[in-house]
Design a protein around this ligand. Structure first.
Ligand code: ZN
Length: 316
C-alpha cells in the first residue's frame, strides 16, 4: 500500500503525479517507482497521455486518497480527448485497456498515428502564468493535463500561448521530469502571434475543451463522412455534373478554410501541412472511415469551419 502518493492537483497529468511521488519516495531510479506504482514499467508509446495498468495503481493506493480507476482515467489522462471520434464500444475498449496491465498497443486502439520523425515529437507544454501561480499556491509547479491536449496551444485560463518545455511527451516513463525551472524555461517565450491568430487559437481550444467534456454518443466515422458530404454540397464545395459525377472544389475549399482560420493559425496547429492541405483535407473528408488513424484536430477544424461549432453537428 502506497502511503506517500501525492494528492493530485487540479487538472494534473498522471505522469506529473508519478514524478512528484518519485521525488518524495527516495527511490534511486524512476523505473523502480513506476514498477511500484503500476506493477511493471510500460514501454507503450503515448504512455504519458494514455497510461495503462491503472487498476494495479488504484489497488496500490491507500483508500484515504479516494482515487478510483475511473477518476484517474477521466481526470488525469488524455482519455477524454482520445475517446472523441470513437464509438461508445471503441471508447469502452480503450478505457478497458488503460485499466489493464497488458494488451493490444494503446495507440492502435485509440487510432493515433505513430510518430515517425523525432522532429514531430511533442514536448510537454506549460503556461508561464499557471507555472508561477502554482508555485505560489502549492510551492511547486506541475504538468497540467489540458495543456498537453493536441490542438490546444493556449491556456484557456489565462488566454496565453503555451510554451514548449524540454520534456518529450512521447518518451514515456524513461525518466522522471517533474515540472521545474530547469525544464520549463520561462525565458523561452513563444513567438508572439497576432491578436487575430491568438483569438482563433482560443476559439479552437474552446471547441476541443467542449469535445473532451461533452456527453454525446458518436455515431461513427461513416456517419461523419456523410455529414461532411451533406454540408459540402450545401455550401457548394462539392457539385455533381449532369452525369452525377462528383466534383470536390479543392482549391476553393482550401482558400475558404485558410481565410477562416488564417495561415499563421493553421501553421501553428498543423505544422508541415501547408503545401498539401488540399490532399490532406480530401482524405479526412472523404476517407475518414477507411483510414486506420483518426486525426482529431483536423476533424475539429473541418467541423468548426463547416458548421461553426462542434456542438451543431455532434449534439444534433
Ligand atoms: Zn495559464
Amino acid at each position: 500500500m502506497l502511503r506517500t502518493f501525492p494528492t493530485p492537483y487540479p487538472d494534473e497529468l498522471l505522469y506529473s503525479i508519478f514524478a512528484r511521488h518519485h521525488i518524495r519516495s527516495g527511490n534511486k531510479s524512476f523505473q523502480q517507482t513506476v514498477e511500484e506504482l503500476l506493477g511493471y514499467v510500460p514501454q507503450q508509446l503515448y504512455g504519458l497521455g494514455l497510461p495503462n495498468s491503472l487498476s494495479v495503481l488504484a489497488k496500490n493506493l491507500h483508500p484515504i486518497t479516494n482515487l478510483t480507476v475511473e477518476g484517474l482515467v477521466v481526470e488525469h489522462t488524455l482519455f477524454p480527448f482520445y475517446k472523441s471520434f470513437l464509438t461508445p464500444p471503441e471508447a469502452f475498449r480503450l478505457k478497458d485497456l488503460m485499466k489493464k496491465k497488458a494488451g493490444k498497443p494503446i495507440f492502435q486502439v485509440a487510432k493515433i498515428a505513430v510518430i515517425e520523425k523525432d522532429s514531430d515529437k511533442q514536448l510537454l507544454r506549460f503556461c508561464s502564468q499557471c507555472f508561477e501561480e502554482d508555485f505560489q499556491k502549492y510551492g511547486e509547479a506541475y504538468w497540467h493535463r489540458t495543456h498537453q491536449i493536441p490542438g490546444v496551444l493556449v491556456c484557456l485560463e489565462h488566454k496565453k500561448l503555451l510554451n514548449d518545455s524540454l520534456v518529450p511527451l512521447q518518451d514515456g516513463y524513461l525518466d522522471c521530469y517533474a515540472a521545474n525551472l530547469e525544464n520549463c524555461l520561462v525565458s523561452d517565450v513563444p513567438a508572439i502571434c497576432q491578436e487575430s491568430t491568438l483569438q482563433q487559437l482560443i476559439a479552437i481550444a474552446k471547441e476541443i475543451s467542449w469535445l473532451c467534456s461533452a456527453q454525446f454518443e458518436f455515431k461513427g466515422l461513416q456517419w461523419l463522412r456523410k455529414q461532411y458530404q451533406h454540408h459540402l454540397v450545401a455550401q457548394s464545395f462539392v457539385s455533381f455534373s449532369s452525369s452525377r459525377a462528383f466534383k470536390f472544389h479543392e482549391e476553393k475549399f482550401v482558400d475558404a478554410v485558410l481565410s477562416c482560420y488564417g495561415q499563421d493559425c493553421l501553421s501553428l496547429i498543423k505544422p508541415g501541412l501547408a503545401d498539401r492541405l488540399g490532399r490532406y483535407f480530401y482524405r479526412c473528408l472523404f476517407a475518414c472511415d477507411v483510414e486506420p488513424v483518426i486525426d482529431r484536430v483536423t476533424h475539429v477544424l473541418l467541423i468548426k469551419f463547416l458548421l461553426n461549432s462542434l456542438k451543431n453537428l455532434l449534439e444534433a
